[in-house]
Structure formats: structure tokens, C-alpha cells
Design a protein around this ligand. Sequence first.
Ligand code: NAD
Ligand code: DAU
Length: 352
Amino acid sequence: MTLLVTGCAGFIGSNFVHTWLAGSDETLVNLDKLTYAGNLANLASLKDDARHVFVQGDIGDRELVAQLLATHKPRAVLNFAAESHVDRSIHGPGDFVQTNIVGTFNLLESVRGYWSALPAEQQTAFRFLHVSTDEVYGTLEANDPPFAETKNYEPNSPYSASKAASDHLVRAWHHTYGLPVLTTNCSNNYGPYHFPEKLIPLVIHNALAGKPLPIYGDGQQVRDWLYVEDHCRAIARVLADGRVGETYNIGGWNEKPNLEVVHTLCAVLDELQPRADGQPYASQITYVKDRPGHDRRYAIDARKIERDLGWKPQETFETGIRKTVQWYLSHQDWVEGVTSGNYRQWVGKQYG
Ligand code: NAD
Ligand code: DAU
């Protein structure tokens, strides 16, 4: 049995590969374009593991995807590949439209071609699982209920609009062509291999480097944080038992204002690796210009996946954030590789 997984040299995808292979011998064929966010060092421990097959390429390359599907005959395709950073989408939305919308469209068409030629039994068992985000739902006021699966889509950034479009394509390929799809909409993840352009790894990195910790606006924007391995376990549950055509919201009921997250990170760092001058890391906090169109609050109502699939997060924010800080402290070589850009040479070294 084989799964074709896309974008698994990135943050969540690489964690998915590690989590999956810790509990299964099913082969994962990993199609990743290796954009700036793709880093094979995330998967270095699997270098000699035949259960992980890496292929560099674009989800929008129909010829390549058709060839991979014909060769490996996966029982499911899991689409993690995307441009994922909101700030980058504001500066340059083109790549987001290209990969998240056009790329997903091409991937769906390649998969539809493969799936429609399968024998009936395999057609029924096949799944296309699309990994999406809570940002498609828009923003919440302080007293609004958290996002349920029935919430209408109101994306506000080029990133969330491109993800919303991809979710709609996936939905349409099910309703029109019968492709057996599943969609997951998850809240903010954190944990190992998180690229240090995102808030939590950026703050850990800048704190240790003695740099400012940039807080956008008043720092009171709320995000709902989930430890990445809990997200990966939720995806595995949805793949196994999710109802075809349905969407599942994934979150850990962990709403926190950004400023509180940054103070928590500073306090854990003060304890585990105090500054040489004895000053608290929080003294590096600096308020900067707000993100244009900044969504004020996200929160996930996770009752459906809890009730229907029996999933619950294993980490609390406190245990997860401590693990995360410890991981970054003990993987400074990984951080150094990413921030210096050296990881890009890894591909050449590894694959010629
Ligand atoms: P990431 O930016 O860390 O990784 C994305 C990966 O996709 C990279 O390895 C990159 O090389 C690859 N990729 C990009 N364009 C590609 C293309 N055209 N073809 C093949 N590969 C391509 O992203 P992430 O944070 O790991 O997010 C993974 C998925 O989860 C995304 O779909 C994202 O929208 C979604 N998501 C992320 C979060 C979060 O908090 N990070 C939360 C909910 C949902
Ligand atoms: O909600 C899920 C989404 O979470 C995913 O779909 C996205 O792929 C992922 O990047 C993330 O988006 P956010 O914009 O919420 O994450 P980010 O880490 O960029 O920012 C988290 C919050 O922190 C947000 O309110 C902006 C703020 N922030 C971010 C950075 C990078 C700062 O205040 N300062 C910063 O330097």
C-alpha cells in the first residue's frame, strides 16, 4: 500500500511523514517542488529508509503526477503542498494563485484521470485528502462562536483566498465527478521544523540571536494553537474514517493573544537558556507596523472530529510549547542551516 503525499519537505508535511512512519510501514511517495519552504534536512533521518520516496516536482505538472500515480498506484493522495505564509502572499500573491489554485486544479485533474480508470472496488476505497486552513472562514469578533464546518467562507488575505478557492475546487470535484475527497481545516500549528518566518519559530530564533521580537499592531490578535503532531494524527484519523465529501475542522481549543504567546516563549527561554546578562528575553519585544488586513481572531470548534472520529489533541499548549522550545534549542544546526540558506545546498549534496 502506498500514499502519494505532496509538500512533505515543508513544516507540517515532514512532521506527517515522521508521525506516519513511526506507526506504519506503508510507503509514502513525497512530491515536493522544494520552494524556499521545502527543506530535505527535515527528512534527513529517512535517507536510507525505503518507505519514504522523494520526488522533486510541482503538483501542477500533470505529466509527472500521472506518471507517479501510474507507477506507485497509491490508495490515497494527501495534498499538503501550498504557499503558506500570509505576509508573503501580501507582497507577492502570484505564487499563491499559481500553486494553491492552479496547482490544486491540475492535481485534481491528474488524480481524477487515475481514479476514474481504477477497478470499481479500488475507486470506492480511494481518497483525495486536501489539507486546508481555518483562515478560509475569515475573522471573528471577541464574542463570536468558534468556526464550525458550517461557517461560510470569508477569506481576507491573498493566502486565505487562494486556499478557499482550492477548497471549493476539491468540493466541486466530488460533487461533479464523484472523486472521493476529504478536506481538513486546521488552526495555527507549531512544533519542530517550523520555518522561522512564522511567529513562534521567529520569536525563538530572534530571542536567542539578541534581535527584536516583532509584534504586529497591538499584539492582541488571537490564534488557536495546535501542536503539529496532533494535527498529523488528526489527518490520519480523517483519512482512515472520515466520511467522503465532508470537511473536518481541527483545533485544540487553545486560543491565545499573540502577546501572551510571545511572553510564554520568553519565560520558557528565560528558564531553559537564560540570557548571559540576566535580563529577561521579553525586554526584546518591539511593536511594529500591523499586517495589512490582519485577521483579529481565529478559533476552531473541533467538536465534529472529536465526536465522529474520536480524535483529541495529546498536547496542551504548555507541554507543546515547552517541547518546541527544547527542540529548537537542541537543533540550532537546523536553524542555522535554514537562516543561512545552507539547506539549499543539501539537495545538490544529497541527490547530485
Ligand atoms: P510550508 O510552507 O512549511 O511547506 C509547504 C511545502 O509545499 C514546501 O515543502 C514546499 O516546497 C511545497 N510546495 C510549494 N509549492 C509546491 C508545488 N507547486 N508543488 C509541490 N510542492 C510545493 O507549509 P506548512 O505550514 O507545512 O503547511 C502545509 C499545508 O497545511 C498547507 O496547505 C497549509 O495551507 C496548511 N495549513 C498550515 C497551517 C500552519 O499553521 N502552518 C495550519 C493549517 C493548514
Ligand atoms: O490559521 C492557520 C494559518 O496559520 C495557516 O493557514 C498559515 O499557513 C500559517 O502561516 C498561520 O498563519 P498566521 O498568519 O496566523 O501565522 P503567523 O505565524 O505568520 O502569525 C501568527 C500571528 O502572529 C499573526 O496574528 C501575525 C502575528 N505576527 C507574525 C509574525 C511573523 C507578529 O505579530 N509578528 C511577526 O513577526
